[in-house]
Design a protein around this ligand. Structure first.
Ligand SMILES: Cc1cc2nc3c(=O)[nH]c(=O)nc-3n(C[C@H](O)[C@H](O)[C@H](O)COP(=O)(O)OP(=O)(O)OC[C@H]3O[C@@H](n4cnc5c(N)ncnc54)[C@H](O)[C@@H]3O)c2cc1C
Length: 43
């Protein structure tokens, strides 16, 4: 079973952290949990 990263918050920092995690290890499973209705797609 592969490694997984869970990121809390889909504002500016969350999706940036997700992208960086994937850049460092493309095999990682990355999940973003956002309390609101929208996540940032600019970061
Ligand atoms: C009024 C205002 C105007 C601004 N204008 C600008 C601007 O013009 N240009 C600029 O560069 N910056 C601006 N900023 C600053 C910018 O918004 C912040 O620096 C940036 O959003 C911080 O990003 P972040 O990801 O750290 O936090 P946030 O953007 O706050 O993201 C955190 C996310 O985590 C979510 N969250 C929190 N707790 C939980 C939980 N328990 N479970 C799930 N999700 C959770 C929240 O819903 C939120 O979406 C402004 C800020 C404010 C307040």
């Amino acid at each position: 079973m592969g490694r997984n990263v869970v990121i809390i918050g889909g504002g500016a920092a969350g999706p940036s952290a997700a992208a960086e995690a994937k850049r460092r290890d493309a095999s990682l499973g990355v999940t973003i949990i956002e309390a609101g209705s929208y996540v940032s797609f600019a970061s």
